[in-house]
Design a protein around this ligand. Structure first.
Ligand SMILES: Cc1cc2nc3c(=O)[nH]c(=O)nc-3n(C[C@H](O)[C@H](O)[C@H](O)COP(=O)(O)OP(=O)(O)OC[C@H]3O[C@@H](n4cnc5c(N)ncnc54)[C@H](O)[C@@H]3O)c2cc1C
Length: 380
């Protein structure tokens, strides 16, 4: 066992932190209030290799592992969770589905553009009637003379309105339930494909979340991604990695909230002393620091296992469950330490408090993580 960061990981964290402080921090509230998608910043992240961290260099990726990828998501989210979720949905859902399940032609067409941020990706599984029960997908794909014709609608797709490529799941065999859903790659200009409503959200407001609609959307046979009827099963494998990025998103935002609270507690004086000298405040900071450390360790274990080719369903679910719930608690305590000022938009903690809640919901709610982990535990 080795608990040291490598010199490269230390350098990576420093580089992403410096980028986030210089290029993201000054705009965070403006983007949040205006619900402005930070396209220019996303392109810059692409040119630095952060939009394709986990893909091999032959596909223009940065050739990093999941621990490095988690560091990137953490450091972006420490400043703005919206950037964290934009990069996460693009990388570990859309691009990774293509990387893991795509044939060589698909990898060559899509990954180099996605990995450099020239194209933005989104991934559509959820539907209005199929959220936690994602196998209840209704969007259907019918094969007509060698072409696929898609009809239906997806909801809550991160990046939908800015994506050049969408990986979407649709029913191809109604009688086969989980083994009757396939994945498709849809390019944004495909006739019959469009985005619908963009959601007005509690948090992560600079990221866009919305509907994706298919109306007689015709796709060439080569747009089927992975094996026919195995798209749902493949999605679960993709989500194993995706949950590491939601844990990293949680950890990054929790770190941002903790850092702000620690700083504030040393500056704010009441009863003639900095509030950090009160034991009640110290205990909050201690509990926050312990939970943050535990969340990080759980997530790096899952990331390390994934990098070593292991199955991580249990470990990534545990990391996501713990990190997201801990992050909600940490952001709440960070706000409490700020007192009334925590409720005011001049301080960063109110935004962390709003943003972090998504982490207990997206890519499987906490209830569903417990269901997944229970299944894994009861197997043995
Ligand atoms: C900001 C945002 C971004 C998102 N991005 C994406 C994306 O990019 N792509 C995508 O495909 N989806 C995305 N989602 C969708 C997200 O994954 C779903 O919202 C989530 O899986 C829950 O589904 P639901 O909202 O339909 O809730 P429901 O499934 O209706 O759940 C409602 C409640 O019931 C509970 N529940 C449901 N079933 C059970 C059960 N069997 N046992 C116990 N409790 C249960 C849930 O835990 C929850 O508390 C996003 C959502 C949001 C809000």
């Amino acid at each position: 066992m080795d608990f040291e960061y490598t010199p490269e990981q230390i350098q990576l964290r420093k580089a992403v932190r410096e980028f986030a402080e210089a290029e993201i921090a000054p705009h965070v509230m403006e983007w949040d209030e205006g619900q402005i998608f930070p396209l220019e910043t996303v392109r810059k992240l692409g040119s630095l290799g952060y939009m394709g961290a986990i893909f091999p260099e032959e596909y223009n990726g940065a050739g990093m592992g999941y621990i490095e990828y988690a560091i990137v998501i953490e450091e972006l989210s420490r400043v703005d969770g919206s950037l964290g979720i934009i990069v996460a949905a693009h990388t570990s859902l859309c691009s990774n589905h293509i990387y893991k399940m795509g044939d060589e032609e698909q990898r060559r067409r899509y990954l180099p553009r996605l990995a450099t941020g020239e194209w933005i990706g989104c991934w559509s599984l959820t539907e209005p009637e199929a959220g936690s029960d994602a196998a209840g997908t209704r969007t259907r794909a019918v094969n007509e003379r060698g072409e696929w014709v898609l009809n239906g609608a997806k909801t809550f797709t991160t990046n939908a309105h800015h994506a050049d490529v969408c990986v979407a799941m649709a029913v191809t065999d109604r009688s086969a339930a989980q083994h009757g859903i396939s994945a498709f790659i849809v390019e944004k200009d495909t006739p019959g494909f469009r985005c619908g409503r963009k959601e007005n959200k509690l948090g992560l407001r600079a990221s866009s979340t919305g509907e994706v609609i298919f109306e007689d959307c015709r796709l060439a046979a080569g747009q089927l991604l992975g094996r026919m009827n195995e798209g749902f099963v493949d999605s679960l494998k993709v989500l194993d990695g995706g949950r590491i990025s939601i844990a990293a998103l949680s950890i990054g935002m929790a770190q941002g909230a903790y850092d702000a609270a620690l700083r504030y507690s040393k500056l704010r004086k009441q009863f003639g002393r900095p509030i950090s000298e009160f034991q009640a405040i110290q205990h909050k900071l201690v509990d926050m620091a312990v939970e943050l450390d535990a969340a990080r360790l759980l997530n790096y274990r899952a990331a390390w296992m994934l990098d070593h080719g292991a199955r991580v369903t249990r470990e990534s679910s545990m990391a996501k469950l713990f990190a997201s719930e801990a992050a909600v608690r940490i952001a709440g305590e960070a706000l409490q330490i700020h007192g009334g000022y925590g409720f005011i938009k001049d301080y960063p903690v109110e935004k962390f408090y709003r943003d972090v809640k998504l982490c207990t919901i997206g890519e499987g709610t906490s209830e569903i993580q417990r269901l997944v982990i229970a299944r894994e535990l009861l197997k043995t």
